[in-house]
Design a protein around this ligand. Structure first.
Ligand SMILES: [Zn+2]
Length: 421
C-alpha cells in the first residue's frame, strides 16, 4: 500500500492554476518576507490586523513589520494558511526560530532568494516536481519552460465608465465607437492572447457580482453601451444599470472562447479577503447560479474552480450530470484539508475521473505552491489509501487515478505537449 504514497510523492505534476509572477518580475520587485504573505495576510486581517499594514507602501520599517507579524502570527497560526507558510519557510529556508531576530534573518534569506536566478527551478521543478504551471498574472509574457498563461477577462465586461472601454481599446489596439466595434475589439484581444500561448480564459466575476447571468438582446446591451460612451471620463453608471451589458458580454466571451477551443475557468465559491472588493458576498458565488449558462453552452468546456466550496454538494451533482463541466481542486486543500478530503471522497464516488483536475496552488509565490502541493499530495494519498482499504478501488486503480488528476487529464484537456505518464 505504501506504493501509492511513493508513487504520488514521485509523480511530476501539471499545475492548473497559479498567480505566480515570473522570476524576472520577482527579481525586479526584490520581494522580501512580507511580500510572501498572500493567504496568511487574509487570516491576519480577519484576526484584526489593519489591512495593508505589512505591504510595501505601509511606511513601517522591517523591525516594525516583524513585530506586527509576530502579534498576528500568534492569533492565526492554527489555520492551514499559516501552516502552509510555516511549511514553506521551514522546508525551503530552514526556518526554526520564530522570534523577532529569527524573522529578520528569514527576511534576508527571502530577499536573496528573490535575486537567485536558479530559485524557481530549484523550488518548482526540483523540489515540487511541477513540470508546468498555468499562471494568471495578466500578461502572456511568461517563461514557457515553466508556465503557460491564462488571462482574466473580467476587464472586458466590467464596464462602468468610459475609461473601462478605453482600457480595452488600448489592449486590443482597436478604435471603438459602437458596441459592434467593441465586440470586434474583444475578439481581436482573444485572438491575440491565443496566438501568444494562452491556454484558457478565466472569469472571476463572482468577486464583484453574481454568477447568475440573464440573456439580454444586443439592443438592450447597446442602450447601456451608448450611455457609457456619452459619459465624461470620471462619470459612470451603477452596477445595476450596466448589468444588461455585462450579461451580454459574458455570453459573447463564452461564445468566442468556445470558437477558439479555449476552456473557461470560472471562480466559484469562497472569496479571498485580502483581494475581495465586494465585502465577501458568498452567495454571489453559488455554483447553481451558473446552470442556465451550463445548459445553453453544451459544447463549451467549463472548469469550475475551487470545488464550489462551501457549495460543494451542488457542485458535485452538477459535475456528475453535465458533460461540459470539469472539476478543479485549485485552492481547496489549503482552505480546509478536512473539507478537501470529504469532497475528494465524494468526488471519487460520483464523478468520472477524466473530469477531475487535482491541483492548482493558487499562490502568488512559489514557496506557497510548494507547501500547498505537499499537502495536496498527502491528502490525495490518504483518501486513495482509504478507498483501497474499503475495497472501493484496487491499488492499481488508485495509482491510475492519481496520475490522471495530477497530470494526464490536464495534458489532454489543455492540449499540452508534455508527456503523459
Ligand atoms: Zn486564482
Amino acid at each position: 500500500m505504501s506504493s501509492i504514497r511513493d508513487y504520488i510523492r514521485d509523480l511530476r505534476v501539471i499545475d492548473g492554476h497559479e498567480h505566480l509572477a515570473t522570476r524576472q518580475m520577482r527579481e525586479k520587485d526584490r520581494t522580501d518576507l512580507f511580500g510572501l504573505l498572500h493567504y496568511l495576510d487574509s487570516d491576519m486581517i480577519t484576526a484584526g490586523m489593519p489591512r495593508g499594514i505589512l505591504s510595501k507602501q505601509s511606511g513601517l520599517n522591517i523591525e516594525q513589520k516583524a513585530a506586527v507579524f509576530q502579534k498576528y502570527w500568534e492569533s492565526s497560526r492554527n489555520t492551514t494558511y499559516a501552516r502552509m507558510f510555516r511549511t514553506a519557510m521551514e522546508d525551503l529556508y530552514g526556518m526554526k526560530d520564530w522570534s523577532l531576530k529569527g524573522l529578520l534573518d528569514l527576511n534576508e534569506k527571502v530577499a536573496s532568494a528573490s535575486l537567485d536566478k536558479d530559485w524557481y527551478r530549484k523550488v518548482m521543478t526540483e523540489k515540487s516536481r511541477i513540470d508546468l504551471a498555468f499562471t494568471l498574472i495578466q500578461t502572456t509574457k511568461v517563461d514557457f519552460e515553466m508556465f503557460r498563461p491564462i488571462m482574466f477577462l473580467d476587464f472586458t465586461f466590467k464596464l462602468r465608465t468610459l475609461k473601462d472601454i478605453q482600457a480595452v481599446e488600448r489592449a486590443s489596439e482597436h478604435h471603438v465607437n459602437s458596441l459592434q466595434h467593441y465586440l470586434t475589439a474583444v475578439d481581436a484581444l482573444l485572438n491575440k492572447y491565443v496566438n501568444e500561448g494562452m491556454v484558457a480564459t478565466k472569469l472571476g466575476h463572482a468577486y464583484w457580482r453574481t454568477l447568475a447571468c440573464e440573456k439580454p438582446t444586443f439592443h438592450e446591451a447597446e442602450l447601456v453601451f451608448n450611455r457609457l460612451m456619452a459619459c465624461s471620463l470620471e462619470e459612470g453608471l451603477s452596477q445595476a444599470e450596466t448589468r444588461p451589458l455585462q450579461d451580454y458580454l459574458i455570453h459573447f466571451i463564452i461564445q468566442r472562447s468556445t470558437a477558439y477551443k479555449l476552456p473557461i475557468q470560472i471562480h466559484t465559491g469562497h472569496h479571498e479577503t485580502s483581494v475581495s472588493g465586494n465585502g465577501n458576498i458568498i452567495t454571489n458565488s453559488k455554483v447553481s447560479s451558473l446552470l442556465p449558462l451550463l445548459l445553453e453552452y453544451s459544447r463549451t468546456k467549463f472548469v469550475l474552480l475551487h470545488c464550489g466550496f462551501p457549495y460543494s454538494h451542488e457542485y458535485l451533482t452538477i459535475a456528475k450530470n453535465f458533460p461540459n463541466v470539469y472539476t478543479d481542486f485549485t485552492w481547496v486543500y489549503i482552505m480546509s484539508p478536512t473539507a478537501a478530503k470529504h469532497i475528494l471522497h465524494q468526488m471519487i464516488e460520483m464523478v468520472p475521473q477524466s473530469k477531475i483536475h487535482g491541483f492548482g496552488g493558487d499562490y502568488n509565490f512559489i514557496e506557497g505552491t510548494y507547501a500547498h502541493l505537499k499537502l495536496a499530495k498527502k491528502i490525495v494519498g490518504d483518501v486513495l489509501m482509504e478507498k483501497v482499504e474499503d475495497g472501493a478501488l484496487d491499488e492499481s486503480e488508485a495509482i491510475d487515478f492519481a496520475k490522471a488528476v495530477f497530470r494526464n487529464n490536464l495534458i489532454d484537456f489543455y492540449g499540452l505537449d508534455e508527456k503523459p505518464v
